[in-house]
Every structure is written in structure tokens, then in C-alpha cells.
Design a protein around this ligand. Structure first.
Ligand code: SF4
Length: 270
């Protein structure tokens, strides 16, 4: 029996999934996570208005430095605790529908459309990025811009089909204006959708691309460099951390490190 989960937990790297505030309890995806087995359909979306445009402007201002979100952003994030069995879950279609009409955070004011994900929902691989960019927001698909082309090239190099072998999603389903960093409360509002997607897909391996994906799933503030090169555990799923393709476009020398991460992922899966 693998000792990896115990080791990860002993190192304090594993997520601590606890429901911490009332907002999570009201979240549609979260309520599904906690729903009893006899409930087959999700509760209707709560009528929560988007934040005002003034609020949005206040938060949308990019910070001078892309520093890590304040510790409180992550420590206060709600985190559903368990991946339910398939009998307890709503349908994939219901989840997708909830995302498409979601107004749980201010990003609903500025998005063109939510971006649910692409690929095979029964895939062994799940790739998690940060948030939609401009092209993704327009086309409604994740990773379709230059970063997406690089990701597809990396998938091809790894012998993986983007249609058949992976499901690709982001932490945030809606584009932050100007491609600014996600805010902590936006991650907190949207995270249950991602967790529910993972619970549905039950991937054999998760590749978290970029700081926000890694820190959100692992509930840590450690940097990418500290998180890379290890096999983490996300609720029984091996999780590998690597660089976001958008970062690699700006820092091509790190592509070789990213490839090492993909090799580690393939070796872990094997
Ligand atoms: S980012 Fe997530 S929580 Fe916010 S409106 Fe979009 S789908 Fe809803």
C-alpha cells in the first residue's frame, strides 16, 4: 500500500478540506458535494447579484507586482471536504449549466462567457490552469490562445490527445479583467466547481499548471519552485505541479524544467 498520502500529510502538503463559512454552504456546487444520496438534482442557483461595477473596478486594478495573494486569501478559502461517489453527484450537464449561469462573484460582470473546460470528462489526466484569458473568454474554451497552442504541443510531445486523453479546466471559470491575477474571494467562490469537476472525472493524475492552480488545490502558499519535482496528493489523486504555459512563453528556458514535470507525471501514472 502506498505511503505517499501519509508522507504528504506528515509534511503538511495535503489539503485540509473543511467547510469554513456560510457562503460555501450556499454554493450550488458545494451543496451538491454535501448532498445526501437521494438528492439527484442540484438546488437552483441562489439569486445573488453580481458585484457592482464600482466594486469591480476597485478589485480589477492590477497590483504593481504580481505578488502572492495575502495569506488570508488562501487560509480563508472554503474547501469542500470530500469527493462524493457518483451516486451522490448531480449530472455533469447540471454542473456545466450552473457554471454557465453563475453569478457568484464580480467576474460575471465582465466576462463574455464562462469557460467550463474542454477534453474528455472520462480522461485519466486532468490539467488545471488559472483562469480564462482574452481568447478563452471569446471562444468559451480553455487554453486556446498562444498558451493553449503551447499546451497542445506539450500534450502531443507527451503522446496525449487533447480531445481524448485529458480534461482541461481552470480554477476560475470567468476571465479576470485585463488578465489580472485572480482575487482570493473569486477563487473561493469558484473553487467548488473545480472540485466538483475533479470529483466527477476522478483522474488518475492531476497536472496543476501555475501558482494559482497549485496553491488552490494544495491549500498552500509555497512557491512553484518549492512545489515542483514532487508527487503531491489531492484526495487520493497524484498531483504534479508545473509552470503555466503562459509563463513558459515569457521564460522559454524553463521549458526544459516543465518537461521534467511532464516526465514525472508520466512516470507516476505508469
Ligand atoms: S468566476 Fe466562477 S464563481 Fe465567479 S461568476 Fe464565474 S463561474 Fe461564478
Amino acid at each position: 500500500m502506498s505511503r505517499k498520502p501519509q508522507i504528504v500529510e506528515a509534511l503538511g502538503l495535503g489539503p485540509i478540506w473543511q467547510v469554513r463559512d456560510a457562503r460555501l454552504a450556499a454554493h450550488p456546487a458545494s451543496s451538491w458535494l454535501q448532498a445526501p444520496a437521494q438528492i439527484e438534482a442540484p438546488a437552483p442557483l441562489p439569486m445573488i447579484e453580481c458585484a457592482s461595477q464600482e466594486q469591480d473596478m476597485a478589485v480589477a486594478m492590477p497590483s504593481p507586482e504580481p505578488a502572492s495573494p495575502p495569506a488570508s486569501d488562501f487560509t480563508q478559502q472554503p474547501a469542500p471536504n470530500v469527493a462524493p461517489s457518483s451516486t451522490e453527484q448531480p449530472s455533469w450537464e447540471a454542473l456545466e449549466s450552473a457554471v454557465r449561469s453563475c453569478q457568484l462573484c464580480r467576474l460575471c460582470n465582465t466576462r463574455t462567457q464562462p469557460v467550463f473546460g474542454r477534453g474528455n470528462r472520462h480522461a485519466r489526466w486532468m490539467i488545471v490552469g488559472e483562469a480564462p484569458g482574452e481568447q478563452e473568454d471569446r471562444q468559451g474554451q480553455p487554453f486556446v490562445g498562444r498558451a493553449g497552442k503551447l499546451l497542445d504541443n506539450m500534450l502531443a510531445a507527451a503522446g496525449l490527445s487533447p480531445q481524448d486523453d485529458v480534461f482541461i479546466a481552470n480554477v476560475l471559470k470567468c476571465r479576470p479583467p485585463g488578465n489580472r491575477n485572480p482575487a482570493g474571494d473569486e477563487i473561493a467562490a469558484c473553487q467548488p466547481y473545480l472540485l466538483q469537476q475533479i470529483a466527477h472525472i476522478q483522474p488518475d493524475i492531476i497536472l496543476a499548471l501555475g501558482r494559482f492552480a497549485a496553491q488552490t488545490l494544495l491549500q498552500t502558499e509555497l512557491s512553484i519552485s518549492r512545489l515542483r519535482g514532487k508527487v503531491h496528493d489531492y484526495q487520493g489523486h497524484p498531483l504534479i505541479v508545473s509552470y503555466h504555459p503562459a509563463y513558459l512563453l515569457r521564460n522559454p528556458p524553463d521549458k526544459s524544467k516543465a518537461w521534467q514535470d511532464w516526465v514525472l507525471a508520466k512516470r507516476t501514472l505508469a
